[in-house]
Design a protein around this ligand. Structure first.
Ligand code: GN1
Ligand code: MG
Length: 564
C-alpha cells in the first residue's frame, strides 16, 4: 500500500467536518455535495473486498428514487448480491473516519478481515444519469487506483445491469457475457423464445407504455428495444429528454401516491408500468372505463409469477419447492391469496432486498418481491440442472413446461431485482396465460392500507422484532398497537425506523371479512354492493388510522416535527 499516495489523494477528497453517515439498507445516500469523500473511500474499500474475495467487486453510484440533488453509492459482492452485512460496518467506519485517521482505519479493516495486500484487485463501476454521478464515479476510480486496483468503468448503467456484470465476471462468463449487449441478448432471446409459445398474440397484448422516471431506464430500455421488438412493442415516457428525475413520476411516486405519473398519456384499459430512477423497481397500473386508477404493485407481481411457476412445476411433475418471500409491507390479501389459493409457503423478512434475497436462496425456486416493486426469482443450481435436463429429455407437454422454465431462468436477473427483466417476465406471463391487466388485477383485492412517515427526535428509540412486525421498545408501544388493531377485522399495524431516511414509518391495514370471502369465492358483485363495501372498507381503515395517529400513539414517538 502506497501510503504517501493515499495521503496525497485523500486530501483531494476531504471529509466535511462533523458529517456522519451510515451504510444503510441500500448503501450511503444523501445530498450529492456531501458524498465526494465517501465515494473515494468506497473505492478504497472495494479494493480490499476484491482482494479478500479474490473476485471482481462492483460499485454503483446512484440514489435510486431519491430526488435528483441526492446521490448514493453501494458495493456489489461477487455473485452480484448486496455487500455482506459484516462489511457494512467497515464501510460505515471508513466513511466516517476523520481525514487524519483514514490510513489507520484502513489498516485496521485490512487486518480484521485478513486481506492479503499483495493480491490483485478488480473493480467495476456503473452510474445513473444524475448530474452529479459522473464526477462522483471519478472519485471512486481515484480511490481504487490509489490502492493499485484495476478498474473497468461501465459508465451509465441501470443498477441491476451492474449486478449482472459482476455476476458474469465472477462466473467466467457462465452466467452471460459481461457487456450491455450480452445482457440485452441473453434476456431478449429468453423472452422471444418464451413468448413464441404464446397462443394469444393480438396487437394489444404486445403493447406496453413505460414511464422511465426520467432516469437511466429510458436510455437502456431504448437501446434494448430492437432486441425484443418481435415479442413486445414498448413506448417510453419520461425518457429524460424534458422532465426531472423522479419528479412526479417513477415507480416510487406511483406507489406512494397511488396515482399515475405525470407525462404519460393513459387511455382506458391500457397496460402501463413505471420504473424507478435506477430501474431496479417496477409497478404496473391502468385506468378503468370509469377513469379509476388501479395499481398492481410488487405483491400483485409476486402473485402472478408464483401462480405461473407453480403451474409449470406441477406440469413437469418434479418436486421442486417454491417459497415466496415478502416483507411486513406486503398487503395481507396477497399473503392470504398466496397461501390459500396458490398454495405456496410465504415467509416474511425485514425490509431491504438483501434480507429477501438471502431467504429466497433457501428454496429450489425462491420468489421475492417488496410491495414497492423490487424483486426477482432465484433458482437453485440443483433446480436449474434438473430443469435443463428435463427440457432436453422429455417430449410432450412436460418438456414444453421444462423449456418454458429454462427460458424463465434466463429471463430473471439472478443477481438482483431488475425492472427491465421483471417487465419482460410479466409481459411473457400475461401473453402465455392470455390475461388482460384487469384479469390479473382481479386475482385478489388489496386490503385498504395506509403508510406514512413520521419525523421524530430519535428514530432509534424504536426497536423491533419478528421481521419488524412487533415493537419491543419503547415499552408499552406494542401493547397500544395491539389494543387498537384488535377492534377491527383483518387488521394489522406496525411501526419501524426507516433504514434510508431519518423517519419512522407507520403502516396499517384492515378490512371486513365479507369482502375477502367474496373475492375468494369469485362471486359477482353488482355496483351497489361494491359501493357499500367500499364505504365500510374505507371506514375500517380510517378508524385504525385515526387511532394510530391519536395522541396516545404519538406520545410514544416523542417530538413530532412533521408528518405527511
Ligand atoms: C417501506 C419501503 O418501501 N421501504 C423501502 C426503503 O427502506 P426503508 O428502510 O423503509 O427506508 O428503501 C429501501 C431501499 O431502496 C427499500 O428496499 C425498502 O423497500
Ligand atoms: Mg432503485
Amino acid at each position: 500500500m502506497d501510503l504517501d499516495a493515499l495521503t496525497k489523494h485523500s486530501a483531494f477528497h476531504a471529509k466535511p467536518d462533523g458529517l456522519i453517515l451510515q451504510y444503510g439498507t441500500a448503501g450511503f445516500r444523501t445530498k450529492a455535495e456531501h458524498l465526494d469523500h465517501v465515494m473515494f473511500r468506497m473505492g478504497l474499500l472495494a479494493v480490499l473486498r476484491s482482494k479478500q474475495t479474490k473476485s471482481t467487486i462492483g460499485v454503483m453510484v446512484t440514489a435510486s428514487h431519491n430526488p435528483e440533488e441526492d446521490n448514493g453509492v453501494k458495493l456489489v459482492d461477487p455473485l452480484g448480491e448486496m455487500l455482506a452485512p459484516s462489511w457494512e460496518e467497515h464501510a460505515t467506519c471508513l466513511a466516517n473516519a476523520e481525514d487524519q485517521n483514514l490510513q489507520s482505519v484502513l489498516m485496521d479493516i485490512s487486518e480484521k478481515v485478513a486481506v492479503n495486500l499483495h493480491q490483485d484487485a478488480f473493480v467495476v463501476i456503473g452510474r445513473d444519469t444524475r448530474p452529479s454521478s459522473e464526477k462522483l464515479s471519478q472519485s471512486v476510480i481515484d480511490g481504487v487506483t490509489v490502492l493499485g486496483g484495476q478498474v473497468h468503468d461501465y459508465g451509465l448503467l441501470t443498477t441491476p445491469q451492474l449486478h449482472y456484470m459482476v455476476y458474469c465476471r465472477n462466473t467466467s462468463g457462465q452466467y452471460g457475457e459481461a457487456t450491455t449487449e450480452g445482457y440485452y441478448e441473453k434476456l431478449s432471446k429468453a423472452f422471444v423464445e418464451l413468448t413464441g409459445q404464446a397462443f394469444c398474440s393480438g396487437d394489444d397484448h404486445r403493447k406496453l407504455k413505460v414511464d422511465c422516471a426520467n432516469g437511466i431506464g429510458a436510455l437502456k430500455l431504448g437501446e434494448m428495444k430492437p432486441y425484443f421488438s418481435q415479442g413486445l412493442s414498448v413506448q417510453l415516457f419520461n425518457d429524460g429528454s424534458g422532465g426531472k428525475l423522479n419528479y412526479f413520476c417513477g415507480a416510487d411516486f406511483v406507489k406512494t401516491h397511488q396515482k399515475p405519473p405525470q407525462g404519460i398519456e393513459m387511455k382506458s384499459s391500457e397496460r402501463c408500468c413505471s420504473f424507478d430512477g435506477d430501474a431496479d423497481r417496477i409497478v404496473y397500473y391502468y385506468q378503468d372505463v370509469d377513469g379509476h386508477f388501479h395499481l398492481l404493485d410488487g405483491d400483485k407481481i409476486a402473485t402472478l409469477i408464483s401462480s405461473f411457476l407453480k403451474e409449470l412445476v406441477l406440469e413437469i411433475g418434479e418436486s421442486l419447492n417454491i417459497g415466496v418471500v415478502q416483507t411486513a409491507y406486503a398487503n395481507g390479501s396477497s399473503t392470504r391469496y398466496l397461501e390459500e389459493v396458490v398454495k405456496v409457503p410465504v415467509y416474511c423478512t425485514k425490509t431491504g432486498v438483501k434480507h429477501l434475497h438471502h431467504k429466497a436462496q433457501e428454496f429450489d425456486i425462491g420468489v421475492y418481491f417488496e410491495a414497492n416493486g423490487h424483486g426477482t426469482v432465484l433458482f437453485s443450481k440443483a433446480a436449474e440442472t434438473k430443469i435443463k435436463q428435463l427440457a432436453k429429455e422429455l417430449e410432450d407437454k412436460k418438456s414444453k413446461a421444462a423449456k418454458m422454465l429454462e427460458n424463465v431462468i434466463d429471463l430473471f436477473n439472478q443477481a438482483t431485482g431488475d425492472a427491465i427483466s421483471d417487465m419482460l417476465v410479466i409481459e411473457a406471463v400475461l401473453a402465455l396465460k392470455g390475461l388482460t391487466i384487469q384479469q390479473w388485477d382481479a386475482l385478489y383485492m388489496d386490503l385498504p392500507n395506509r403508510q406514512l412517515k413520521v419525523k421524530v427526535a430519535d428514530r432509534q428509540v424504536i426497536s423491533t422484532t419478528d421481521a419488524e412486525r412487533q415493537a419491543v421498545k419503547p415499552p408499552g408501544l406494542q401493547e397500544a398497537i395491539n389494543d387498537l388493531v384488535k377492534k377491527y377485522k383483518l387488521s394489522r399495524a406496525f411501526v419501524r425506523p426507516s433504514g434510508t431516511e431519518d423517519v419512522v414509518r407507520v403502516y396499517a391495514e384492515a378490512d371486513s371479512q365479507v369482502s375477502w370471502d367474496r373475492a375468494v369465492e369469485g362471486k359477482g358483485r353488482d355496483r351497489l354492493t361494491e359501493l357499500e363495501e367500499g364505504g365500510s372498507r374505507r371506514e375500517a381503515i380510517l378508524m385504525v388510522w385515526q387511532s394510530l395517529m391519536s395522541w396516545r400513539f404519538m406520545a410514544f414517538l416523542g417530538f413530532i416535527t412533521y408528518f405527511h
